[in-house]
Design a protein around this ligand. Structure first.
Ligand code: CTP
Length: 461
C-alpha cells in the first residue's frame, strides 16, 4: 500500500522527484543501521500540533495553490490555509464543486485574504489555470478525494482544479482523504502508484477513526503535519540540498543509581532549531538528541540517546559520511565514578551525607577531531561554547583545541540567552576571527544564520 512514511520523506530528499526504489530503501536501511540500532525516522511527533504559528523564512512569499476537493476533511484545510498564510505564504485556493458543499469559499477567503477560485468558465482572466499553475512554487491537494486522484492519474481535466493540476509546472503534493476501505481499494492504489511514479508527492493518509465511524487508512494528515510536508518539499532546492548534516542537541544524563541522575538545564531548543533550519535548507538531517521535551521536526532521522557515551557513539557513527556537524548538545562533562545498581538509601550514607566521586566523560568533539584527521569527515564542524565570562578568549581557545571550523559562543548569563528561553545572543568565531556578532535573535533566526555560514563554508571547500 502507498503510504508516505517518514522513510519516504528522506528517500525523496535523497533523490528528489523519484519514486522510492529498492535501492533507495536499501540506502535508508544502511543509514539507519549506521546511525545505531535505536535510530528511527522521526514519526509525527504530536507535539508539533501545539506549536504556535510564527513566520517561516522558507515560506515567506511562496505561492502555494491549495486545491480542495469534496471531503469532510475540508474543515482541516481551512486551518491549513490559515497556518500557511500566517507562516508567510500566499495561498491561492481552488475549490471543486463538491468541496463547496462542505465549506463556503468565504471561509478560505477570510483566512488567506485572497480570492478563492472555483469557476473555470469565468471571463475575468485569459487562461486562469495556466496562469495559476505557471507562477506557483507548489500545488497541494488537501483533501484529495479518490475521485480527483483518479482523474489526475488519467489526465482528466473537467474542472478548474484538475485543469490546473494538468497545466502546472511546479511540484504537486496530494493529501488523500477518504472513508471506508476506499484507500486500500486496488483501483485507488493503482491510481496512487501512477501519481507517485510521475513524481507527485504523497502526504499521508494516516490511520484512525473516519467520519463513518470505521477505523482504517484514509484520514487526512493534520494541518501541522501537512505544513511540515510542504516545508520538506519547498526546501528541496535549498543551499544544503544533497548534503548530510548531523546535529546534536539537549543534555545528557549520567546515572547515579536507577532513580537519580546528573544532568544540566539544556532544553534542546537551539539544536532543534538548527535541525529544522538544516531541513529547510534541503539537507538530510540526523538528529542525535538527549532527553528533550520539545517536538522533533518531521523529516529528521532521530537518534535518541541518554548518556555522553551513547551520544559519542552515535555522533562518531553519524559523522562518517557527514558533510557538516553542528555539536549543539550540552554534554555532561562528568559522571559518577560508581553507578549503584540499587537505589541508594538515606540510611546508607554517613553523617556527612553522600559523597559522589565524579569522573570525566568522553569529550565528543575531541573524538570527532581525531576521526576527522583520519577520514576528512565531517567536512565542516561547528561547536557551541557555553560561557559566563571572557566569551571571545574562551571561545577561541575551544575552537582551536577541538579543531573546529566555527564556534558559536553564547553567554549563558546574558539577558534573553542560554537555557529554556526562545532567544539567544551568539558570537560566531572561526580560526580567522569574528565571523558574526549576532544581536539578540530568536533561536530560529540564530539557527538559520549558522546554517547559512556552514553552507557557504561547505560550498567553498
Ligand atoms: N562537548 C563535547 N563533549 C563534552 C563536552 C562538550 O563534545 N564532553 C562539546 C559541546 O557540545 C560544545 C563544545 O564541546 O559543542 C563546548 O562545550 P562547553 O560545555 O562550552 O565546553 P567544555 O568542553 O565542556 O569546556 P569547559 O567546561 O571548560 O567550558
Amino acid at each position: 500500500m502507498f503510504l508516505f512514511t517518514s522513510a519516504e520523506i528522506i528517500a525523496q530528499r535523497l533523490r528528489p522527484g523519484r519514486l522510492m526504489s529498492e535501492v533507495t530503501v536499501l540506502v535508508i536501511v544502511v543509514q539507519r543501521l549506521k546511525a545505531g540500532s535505536k535510530s528511527k525516522f522521526a514519526k509525527v511527533d504530536e507535539r508539533i500540533y501545539t506549536i504556535l504559528m510564527e513566520p517561516i523564512t522558507l515560506l515567506k512569499e511562496k505561492k502555494i495553490i491549495l486545491g480542495v476537493t469534496g471531503s469532510i476533511a475540508v474543515y482541516k484545510a481551512v486551518d491549513l490555509a490559515s497556518k500557511l498564510t500566517q507562516a508567510g505564504a500566499h495561498v491561492d485556493v481552488i475549490m471543486s464543486d463538491a468541496a463547496r458543499r462542505f465549506v463556503a469559499p468565504l471561509s478560505f477567503r477570510s483566512v488567506t485574504g485572497r480570492s478563492v477560485f472555483d469557476d473555470m468558465w469565468t471571463l475575468e482572466d485569459h487562461v486562469r489555470h495556466v496562469a495559476l499553475g505557471e507562477t506557483a512554487d507548489m500545488m497541494l491537494l488537501a483533501p484529495a478525494t479518490a475521485n480527483t486522484m483518479a482523474k489526475m492519474a488519467y489526465g482528466l481535466a473537467d474542472n478548474l482544479l484538475t485543469v490546473t493540476a494538468l497545466a502546472a509546472r511546479c511540484p504537486i503534493m496530494v493529501a488523500p482523504a477518504m472513508d471506508g476501505g476506499m484507500y486500500e481499494h486496488a483501483a485507488t492504489q493503482d491510481n496512487v502508484s501512477r501519481l507517485v511514479e510521475r513524481g507527485i508527492r504523497l502526504a499521508g493518509p494516516t490511520t484512525g477513526r473516519m467520519a463513518s465511524g470505521l477505523e482504517g487508512w484514509g484520514r487526512m494528515c493534520e494541518p501541522a503535519e501537512l505544513l511540515a510536508h510542504v516545508r520538506l518539499l519547498l526546501a528541496e532546492r535549498g543551499l544544503l540540498a544533497g548534503r548530510h548534516v548531523v546535529v546534536t542537541t539537549g543534555p545528557t544524563r549520567e546515572a547515579l543509581d536507577p532513580v537519580r541522575f546528573i544532568s544540566n538545564r539544556s532544553t534542546g531548543k537551539q539544536g532543534l532549531a538548527v535541525a529544522q533550519a538544516a531541513l529547510d535548507a534541503g539537507a538530510q538531517v540526523t538528529l542525535i538528541a538527549g532527553p528533550v521535551n520539545e517536538a522533533i521536526p518531521l523529516g529528521v532521522m532521530h537518534v535518541p540517546v541518554q548518556t555522553t557515551t551513547e551520544m559519542g557513539d552515535a555522533t562518531l557513527n553519524a559523522v562518517e559520511s557527514a558533510d557538516a556537524l553542528f555539536m549543539v548538545a550540552a554534554v555532561a562533562d562528568f559522571r559518577p565514578g560508581n553507578q549503584s545498581e540499587k537505589k541508594i538509601k538515606k540510611g546508607e550514607t554517613d553523617e556527612w551525607g553522600l559523597a559522589i566521586g565524579l569522573e570525566p566523560t568522553l569529550d565528543v568533539l575531541t573524538a570527532v577531531r581525531t576521526h576527522r584527521e583520519k577520514t576528512g569527515y565531517p567536512r565542516v564542524a561547528l561547536g557551541f561554547a557555553a560561557e559566563t565570562h571572557n566569551a571571545y578568549e574562551y571561545g577561541r581557545d575551544k575552537l582551536l583545541r577541538k579543531g573546529l571550523n566555527f564556534i558559536a559562543v553564547n553567554d549563558v548569563l546574558a539577558d534573553g540567552a542560554g537555557f529554556a528561553v526562545d532567544t539567544n545572543r551568539v558570537l560566531l568565531l572561526s580560526s580567522a576571527g569574528v565571523v558574526e556578532e549576532m544581536p539578540l535573535l530568536s533561536k530560529t533566526a540564530v539557527a538559520e544564520r549558522l546554517v547559512a555560514h556552514v553552507a557557504k563554508a561547505l560550498n567553498n571547500t
